[in-house]
Design a protein around this ligand. Structure first.
Ligand code: AMP
Ligand code: MN
Length: 340
């Protein structure tokens, strides 16, 4: 892995860098709307709320709007009550900050257009929408970028902000499993711990807060797991019957996809989640250089090398063979460069 230079200190405030231009745009405005992608994850929640607290520290008026509620285990984190769940926005703001989205459609929120828009993202394939784009694929989480921005804005790293930055990094690295983790990642985490974050408590809150129903769901889904490609590929399935039988909801599937990767042989996992509308949400995870993002982008989705997804039109039997064949190809290609 190439070790990138540590870019941790407050970036120099020249107007040449996207960070400096965003700082300037923020300082010049007062009313902000923050949003992120539909079905928010830890990085989108952490990035948005760290930004909310930072902007409020600067005396700004801030609204956060998301299309969907966060998974239950994030509900105790500071500022969660500030997220308004809505599919449309009407508020009259001076700037929109969109995080973690390759385009505005990823938000699933209507009415965002026509505003001065700041686009902050680390997903390859960002379309560069908005008046100001800051895109950094080398960031392990969007929360890393938010940290840099907050420091450049001159906002102190409070415990609340640090908590959300750490949440973003902890979850988006798959609890420090994915690629893209650099010295910068740990340097930011170091500073968040110094600001009062307790890593053990964070890991327990995020990963060890399952309901009994979720444990049953994990059991039911793993029971139906298919092993393919000589044990290198696992396929998981979810439908309403499994959810009803275990008394769980779609949100309870979070993190489940990572479990097959704990088997040494398994290099990639594909999770097919069947919606009542016939749509199939396809989530993928992989190890090392097995690139599932390339598979997702072939179906109009996106993500990262080790974590990606897309939505396909059913029926499952029709689309499944081709998807699995493409993941098998990705395993074959990625395994060549496997570290020892
Ligand atoms: P998920 O499997 O839903 O947890 O998503 C894994 C990663 O892929 C995340 O970084 C998502 O933002 C990204 N992703 C999932 N679905 C899509 C999509 N339809 N378009 C773009 N990115 C996606
Ligand atoms: Mn992210």
């Amino acid at each position: 892995m190439t070790v990138r230079p540590t870019m941790i200190s407050t970036p120099t405030a020249t107007t040449e860098t996207p960070v400096a231009r965003i700082c300037e745009a923020i300082h010049a405005r007062r009313r902000f709307l923050i949003t992120s992608h539909a079905r928010p994850d830890g990085d989108s929640i952490g990035s948005q709320l760290a930004m909310l607290f930072a902007l409020e520290a600067l005396g700004k008026e801030v609204h956060v709007v998301n299309a969907d509620p966060a998974p239950e285990h994030y509900m105790d984190f500071p500022g969660m009550d500030r997220i308004e769940i809505s599919r449309t926005v009407h508020s009259d703001v001076e700037a929109l900050i969109v995080m973690e989205c390759s385009d505005l459609a990823r938000t699933n929120v209507q009415g965002l257009g026509g505003r001065f828009t700041i686009n902050i993202d680390h997903h390859a394939g960002n379309t560069g929408f908005g008046e100001l784009t800051w895109f950094d694929e080398s960031a392990a989480a969007c929360g890393e970028m938010v940290f840099t921005l907050i420091r450049a804005l001159g906002v102190p790293l409070t415990k609340e902000i640090a908590t959300h930055i750490y949440l973003a990094i902890l979850t988006d690295t798959g609890s420090f499993h994915h690629s893209h983790i650099t010295p910068r990642t740990f340097e930011i985490c170091r500073q968040t711990v110094e600001a009062g974050v307790n890593p053990a408590a964070m890991a327990r809150r995020v990963f060890d807060s399952n309901s009994f129903g979720k444990l049953k769901l994990i059991g039911a889904v793993l029971d139906e797991m298919e092993l393919l490609d000589g044990g290198r590929l696992a396929a998981l399935y979810l439908n309403d019957e499994i959810l009803n039988a275990t008394g769980t909801t779609y949100n309870d599937t979070e993190g489940l996809i990572n479990l097959p990767l704990t088997a040494r042989e398994i290099q990639a996992v594909v999770f097919f989640k069947l919606g009542a509308d016939g749509d199939i949400r396809v989530s993928m995870r992989s190890k090392y250089d097995v690139d599932v993002r390339s598979v997702a982008s072939g179906y109009g989705g996106g993500g990262h090398k080790n974590a990606a997804g897309f939505t396909a039109k059913g029926p499952l039997d029709k689309v499944k063979p081709e998807i699995l064949a493409r993941v098998k190809d990705a395993i074959e290609a990625g395994i060549q460069t496997r570290p020892g």
